[in-house]
Design a protein around this ligand. Sequence first.
Ligand code: MG
Ligand code: ZN
Length: 366
Amino acid sequence: MKKHFLLSSISLVTILLSISCSMSKDSSANQKTCQQPTNIILMIGDGMSTPQVYAAMLTSENPTSFERFPFTGLAKTYSKSHKITDSAAGGTAIATGHKTNNGMIGMDSDSIPVPSVLEILSEKGMKTGVIATSYITHATPASFVAKNINRNNYEEIAMNFAKSNKVDLLIGGGRKHFNQRQDGVNLIEQMVSEGWNYYDTLINIKESDKTMILASEGHLPSYPSRGNFLPDATVLALEKLSGSENGFFLMIEGSQIDFAAHNCDSTYLVNELHDFDNTINKVLDFAEKDGNTLVIVTADHETGGLTMIDTNGRYTETFFKFSTGSHSPLMVPVFAFGPGSENFTGIMENTDIVKKIYQLLECNHN
Ligand code: MG
Ligand code: ZN
């Protein structure tokens, strides 16, 4: 029964894709929507809505990476179960195109597993990678690889990562969920015996098919304590994945923007934003040179209810103020660069992002 539902939802997507593609084929006005990218890079700033983006601009000496994007839109973030999403439902919406209940990873609100963009593009022959500065098993990266009814089942999620034949490169933290497990299984040893290359630091990486780098037992340290881990991991991943014949899909998360905002810590927040901004610049440098890479930067939700208040009543000084230690329901920005980027404008659902990616990848096949 469950399988039947899964299959019918996939074929529905396929039907919708072919309808929209044949429509755009018939209309010359819509031909722009058929610019097909070879590579897709999806970047998620966890907890990063427009107040956070503007906080990065206000505290940056140079123009930020965000200002390099030719197209921008806004995405609604509410989940199936709540007005305010968590990172599990938010990540799942972005990764799979399905709104689901808060707490759920890679499944729809009926607990039926749904394929992620990473999995679908892997099946098309593209190489895939996931980078985070949190546990790699944390909600956002997990949404692209794992299926679980509860985001806190970290050891089950680690097992999903170990068993996935769809992901080629993993870089992040959360080593303890792989090798200090309640079931006593050492997933790292198991993965290595099955052909994975494993490293506990960013250096020493060699050319190979499947590579996992777990650089920390738990989350990575905050920026700047972790150094340039995120931009360096990104450059390394781009070098590794860009050799792929059929293109690649890479998800990069600025995981700790959310952590900083939960802590109502504006110094931590600004540091994390600058680290993510620096990473986006590396990605855009690659995409500019490559010419066939679509880059999307968005967020799963806003964290902190961040606002900038007038501190002296004369509009001359601003102060970052958190109105909550929780998430808020704000829309989040969608920044797009590269072939097909003109499709990511206006107000959309968070589930539309991946649907637009599928449309772009299907069009030229007709
Ligand atoms: Mg996250
Ligand atoms: Zn959060």
